[in-house]
Ligand binder design. Structure first.
Ligand code: XCC
Ligand code: SF4
Length: 667
């Protein structure tokens, strides 16, 4: 019998708890209750040698390997199956991210050629910077001409058959050499995805290490290919993010306005909806229906995209999607691609909520399909907003939890440079110096999904809190970043109170917040750029694997997370996942992804069971990297107190006065 958890056990977010109580009262199911009713299939997961593992790559099977030494009908071993399953998941994740990048590239092309309605090139400086990276001439050329070439070059990266992806040469030299030596330099995005699917078909690649090399190559084509294209080209079209104050959690929904929720991953249509929702005619139309205005709110990474650039409030992360509908206050939920639960249309049908799919790639039974076409994007956006407004009078009883927190996202790589060095001497020097001195112990990228199998947001909250306490600078993307927002960690400099003494000292001196929300999941590519610059700035070795940095995905669930983890490790940043291991059935594959990857790539990918273990491993890893660089042993007592008379004096003050002195005007 599956165990039913209480709502307090299911999530640490009080707003979410309120909505789960409401779901119980209304007799409606959610991912939380469904996860309780359906324990994860142990054989499908393949978490341990005891659990066994399952292969369904052909129909001589599916084969369930649960006994010692058992092989599949074709003779495939547990090692082969574990490696193949991981590789296929990586291909799925890389495909999703990259296809997103492809669509942004086509929108940029259409914009450059003047037939994308409503779009424009918002960041010409970034356009020129990307053009230079691509080797495209910029001198005395109109931005549309440059943009057209940039778009075409980006599009060519998907179908490129030979050579290497263009962004790879922006990685540290040593990294590029490691990739070549290990035979994992990606040639073209689509080619690497296809090759993994081919290699893992029945009767093909059956050497675990070799299969994993294919997975690495494919993942790199995501991180340094599709995702980087998505990030850069979105910046060109919609602006490179810089910090701005927004809000997050279900309490951003409004009782007296038309609530339109944007969910999924792509910024293209949602940006047009943002534009449409601010048109006076539509606002007046909303008022004519008795609403005070039009309130947009996001979920998942579409949320991050529009929060980052437009300040559109976020109704929360992955596990908030159903909870938003449970408020009864959502006139329409508009989805594009990825992380959209099929449970939504049915749940929406219990309320007045309209559920609208828009991507040519994503139809969901029970939803209304309004297919997106960039040539008339703004008109479509208006139509969607109007549909939501028309639905406002149908609203029944509502229950919006009164929880919302400020969040300050927008720390692009460009902005971090500017923040640390100023506009004349943009640089990462102060960050590297702070790590070298030991004021900052290291850097952790705390990212990734929610998963109803583990308490919602609990691991994100715990890790960020503990890392800050331990003087670790935290960078975030995706659902992890939105979790931090809920608990007040991603709030800019005001989060200093959570930072250890050394980290706080650095943040005070530079104006850098201790938690940097860098964007959506494709924006993990920004972290690659940051790590590259740290390696190249000097003092922290000369490759990403020298930098005391770790990636963490404690509540992961998607194939995209595995692709990100794999490209992070392959880029030299070790990663630690929570939940369970998808390769644990094979001690050999586990060994390859730790020992072997560490030897040949300088980083490993691990799966651990508890938050505490994840934290201890992270700190140990950072300290080991520090030791390898001959940096001083991290000592929290050295900074803040002894070195800084002002901080010492401040710490004697009662908390409220200290906060006032810190943030009140001293700066
Ligand atoms: Fe999806 Fe990006 Fe995961 Fe969140 S973190 S659940 S993938 S929305 Ni990317
Ligand atoms: Fe079984 Fe081999 Fe087919 Fe997999 S590929 S299902 S192990 S016969």
């Amino acid at each position: 019998m599956a165990k039913t958890r209480t709502n307090i056990e299911r999530t640490v977010d009080p707003a979410a708890q309120e909505m789960l109580d409401r779901a119980d009262k209304l007799g409606l199911g959610t991912a939380f209750s469904r996860a309780d009713a359906m324990p994860a299939c142990p054989i499908g997961m393949g978490a341990s040698p005891k659990s066994g593992i399952c292969c369904k790559n052909c129909y001589m099977g599916p084969c369930r390997l649960v006994k010692d030494g058992q092989v599949g009908v074709c003779g495939a071993t547990v090692d082969t199956i574990a490696a193949r399953n991981l590789a296929r998941a990586v291909a799925g994740g890389a495909a999703a991210h990259s296809d997103h990048g492809r669509d942004v590239a086509f929108t940029l092309l259409a914009t450059a050629e003047g037939h994308a309605q409503g779009y424009q090139i918002r960041d010409e400086a970034k356009l020129r910077a990307v053009a230079r990276k691509f080797g495209i001439p910029t001198d005395k050329r109109k931005k549309e001409e440059i943009a057209r070439d940039v778009a075409l070059k980006a599009i060519s990266q998907f179908g490129q058959q030979t050579g290497e992806l263009i962004y790879l040469k922006t990685a540290p030299k040593k990294r590029q050499e490691r990739w070549k030596k290990y035979g994992v330099t990606p040639r073209g995005v689509d080619r690497e995805v296809v090759e993994v699917l081919h290699r893992t078909h029945v009767g093909d690649d059956q050497d675990a290490e070799h299969i994993l090399q294919g997975a690495i190559r494919c993942a790199l084509s995501d991180g340094w290919g599709g995702s980087m294209i998505a990030t850069d080209l979105s910046d060109i079209l919609f602006g490179t993010p810089s910090p701005r104050v927004g809000q997050v959690n279900l309490g951003v929904l409004k009782d007296d306005e038309v609530n339109l929720v944007l969910h999924g991953h792509e910024p293209t249509l949602s940006e047009m909806i943002v534009a449409a929702a601010s048109e006076p005619e539509l606002i007046a139309y909303a008022e004519s229906k008795g609403a005070k205005g039009i309130n947009l709110a996001g979920i998942c990474c579409t949320s991050n995209e529009v929060l980052l650039r437009q300040g559109v409030p976020s109704a929360g992360n992955f596990l908030n999607q159903e909870l938003a509908l449970l408020t009864g206050a959502v006139e329409a939920m508009v989805v594009d691609v990825q992380c959209i639960m099929q449970a939504l249309p049915d749940l929406a049908s219990h309320f007045h909520t309209k559920f609208i799919t828009t991507s040519p790639k994503v139809k969901i039974a029970g939803g209304t399909h309004m297919e997106f076409d960039e040539h008339k994007a703004l008109d479509q956006a208006r139509e969607i907003v109007k549909l939501a407004i028309d639905n406002y009078p149908n609203r029944g009883e509502t229950a919006i939890p009164d929880y919302r927190s400020d969040i300050v996202p927008g720390f692009s790589h460009e902005y971090i440079n500017y923040m640390l060095g100023g506009s004349f001497r943009a640089s990462f020097r102060p960050l590297n110096d702070a790590i070298m001195s030991g004021r900052i112990r290291g850097v952790a990228a705390e990212v990734g999904c929610n998963n109803p199998r583990t308490p919602h947001d609990k691991s994100h909250e715990f890790l960020v809190r503990e890392l800050l306490k331990n003087d670790v600078l935290v960078v975030q993307t995706g659902c992890g970043a939105l979790a931090s927002g809920k608990f007040g960690y991603a709030i800019g400099e005001a989060a200093l109170e959570f930072a250890g003494p050394g980290l706080r000292e650095v943040c005070e001196a530079t104006g850098m917040p201790p938690v940097l929300h860098m964007g959506s999941c494709v924006d993990n590519s920004r972290i690659l750029t940051v790590l590259t610059q740290m390696a190249e700035e000097g003092g922290l070795g000369d490759d990403i694997s020298d930098v005391p940095a770790v990636g963490l995905a404690p509540e992961w669930m998607s194939e995209k997370a595995l692709s990100i983890g794999t490209y992070a490790a392959a880029s030299g940043a070790s990663v630690i996942f929570g939940i369970d291991s998808p390769v644990g059935a094979s001690p050999e594959v586990t060994r390859l992804m730790t020992e072997t990857w560490d030897r040949v790539l300088g980083a490993k990918m691990e799966f651990v069971k508890t938050d505490e273990e994840m934290l201890q491993k992270t700190l140990a890893h950072i300290d080991a990297k520090r030791a390898a660089l001959n940096l001083p042993v991290y000592d929290p007592k050295r900074f803040g107190r002894s070195g800084d008379a002002r901080m010492l004096a401040l710490e004697e003050l009662p908390e409220a006065e200290m906060a006032d002195a810190l943030y009140g005007g001293a700066k």
